[in-house]
Write a protein that binds this ligand. Structure first.
Ligand SMILES: C[S@@+](CC[C@H](N)C(=O)[O-])C[C@H]1O[C@@H](n2cnc3c(N)ncnc32)[C@H](O)[C@@H]1O
Length: 254
């Protein structure tokens, strides 16, 4: 049976709160964190302004002040023993780490995504991005031999700040099992969804941008996943059972 996916077009925290408690096996996410806006404002991130996949110049920022509610909602939605990976820059790492811990997560360490080529910034150009590794309860990594630096070239001409599928695949192999539900409340182009379904996991996510949902849906379809209901029927954002004007319907990327 092919893996399933479920997409919503709504706010990350609202969506996480709508999931049944202790229901998701793993969360991998890449919020539109505040300091991205700063990089854009000083003009170092030309690539973020326009992209072929985007008709918008940019996407809405998720303010740092909302991290406490994000971590609380994630903690509630994750199973008893589960991992959470959060992509961010070094500046956001110092904000997010203590807030994740305050929500109940154990912080293990930042992993490094090494993009192999330099990017934005004036004070030492950024070649890497942080992936904060948090744990709820106790969950063993599947392979204790995997290094904390994951190398993969940055995605060119994709969705703004699109992440390589192969980085998501490493995290999914490490922290979930086939059939688990992987969630991402900042879906973007759906890179982590594609990584999940390509590894035989199910995927659920949300994004406030209609464009992002359409791009993600197209990629998930192409990866061979089918739309379905992953969470209990009374979940508020279960779009297959309870159509709402702002959710993606029955597999149509209208
Ligand atoms: C950094 S991008 C994610 C990129 C994605 N990881 C990928 O590889 O394509 C962040 C996404 O968060 C979305 N976003 C911003 N504010 C949001 C919110 N409050 N709730 C859900 N999504 C939001 C943006 O529309 C954007 O698509």
């Amino acid at each position: 049976m092919p893996p399933c996916f479920q997409l919503a077009q709504t706010d990350a925290v609202t969506w996480l709160r709508s999931l049944p408690p202790s229901s998701a096996g793993l969360m991998i996410t890449d919020p539109a964190y505040e300091s991205l806006e700063k990089h854009r404002a000083i003009g170092t991130t030309t690539r973020l302004k326009h992209s072929r996949a985007s008709s918008n110049d940019w996407f809405t920022i998720f303010p740092n002040a909302r991290f406490p509610e994000l971590f609380d909602a994630a903690y509630r939605a994750l199973k008893k023993d589960a991992h959470l990976y959060l992509f961010c820059d070094a500046e956001t790492m110092f904000v997010a780490k203590p807030l994740g811990e305050a929500a109940g997560f154990k912080f293990w360490k930042p992993l490094i995504w090494d993009k192999r080529t330099i990017g934005m910034g004036y004070h030492y150009r950024a070649r890497c991005e942080m992936i904060l590794f948090f744990e709820k309860g106790k969950r063993r990594l599947n392979d204790l031999g995997v290094p904390d630096i994951i190398e993969a070239p940055r995605v060119r001409n994709g969705y703004p700040t699109e992440k390589p599928v192969e980085v998501g695949e490493v995290l999914i192999r490490q922290s979930s099992a086939p059939g688990d539900i992987v969630i991402d409340p900042f879906v973007g182009s759906g890179a982590f969804g594609v990584a999940a379904v390509s590894q035989g996991r199910n995927f659920a996510g949300t994004d406030t941008s209609r464009l992002a949902c359409d791009v993600a849906k197209g990629r998930l379809d192409q990866a061979g996943a089918r739309p379905g209901t992953l969470f209990a029927p009374d979940s508020r954002e279960t779009w297959v059972r309870r159509p709402r004007p702002n959710t993606i319907q029955g597999g149509e990327a209208a």
